[in-house]
Design a protein around this ligand. Structure first.
Ligand code: ADE
Length: 225
């Protein structure tokens, strides 16, 4: 899967995309992530990318010309399945949406900044607006990192154990059951005996019961859905 990310702060992605699962996915050729500095598509000596809003008001607006130039240069090279804009008023990212997007081949993610982008970009280029939660971030880069991470881990071959993305919290509409590792006893705190029993069938049943019970306690809304 190929991601083209349009941003004013490409350096912000160095951390999230250089470690662990995303790093391995890139090395294996399963995910390609291309960062595009929007300023490179701006005109003039000052490479201006934002301007005052018509009619006034607080904050700057990302200008239409550099955005259109950048988007069109990408779209000239290949077909994109989705042109995503990260925005607090977009649809909320959840596991079903991540699953759906992970089936795509090429996506663009445009990271918003300041007061947002000129509305005409939304009307003419953006196919989907995604929010990662009901709060306002300083910019779209963290949201884009979250989106990419949630998709890449679903790509076939990325996780060592193929079944492990399927057993994630939310994949079956439930949160995960508790997990334990060695030692069996710490300060007298014991690992549940069932997990040491070797009885696969009863263990699976216990995990399912725990997942349902936890979901009811912690995230009852998931059960309504
Ligand atoms: N940009 C600012 N806040 C955001 C959010 N909650 N989700 C996605 N993009 C954003």
């Amino acid at each position: 899967m190929r991601f083209d990310i349009i941003t004013l702060f490409p350096e912000m992605f160095a951390g999230p995309f250089s470690h662990s699962i995303i790093k391995r996915a890139k090395e294996k050729g399963l995910a390609e992530i291309h960062l595009h500095q929007l300023r490179d598509f701006a005109a003039g000596r000052h490479r201006k990318v934002d301007d005052y809003p018509f009619s006034g008001g607080a904050g700057m607006v990302m200008m239409i010309e550099p955005l259109a130039r950048c988007l069109e240069s990408l779209q000239k090279e290949r077909e994109y399945d989705e042109v995503i804009y990260t925005s607090p008023d977009g649809e909320l990212l959840d596991q079903p949406l991540a699953n759906q997007l992970s089936l795509y081949k090429n996506i663009i993610i445009l990271c918003g900044h300041y007061k947002g982008i000129d509305e005409r970009i939304r009307e003419h280029f953006i196919t989907r607006e995604i929010s990662i939660g009901n709060y306002v971030l300083s910019g779209g880069e963290l949201a884009a990192s979250v989106i990419v991470d949630s998709l890449v881990r679903l790509l076939p071959g990325v996780l060592g154990n193929e079944s492990s993305a399927l057993s994630d919290s939310f994949q079956d509409g439930l949160v995960s059951p508790p997990v334990y590792t060695r030692p069996r006893t710490f300060r007298g705190w014991e690992v549940p005996a069932i997990l040491l029993s070797g009885d696969e069938k009863r263990i699976a049943q216990w995990k399912n019961e725990q997942a349902i019970q936890r979901t009811r306690q912690r995230r009852p809304g998931l059960l309504d859905e």
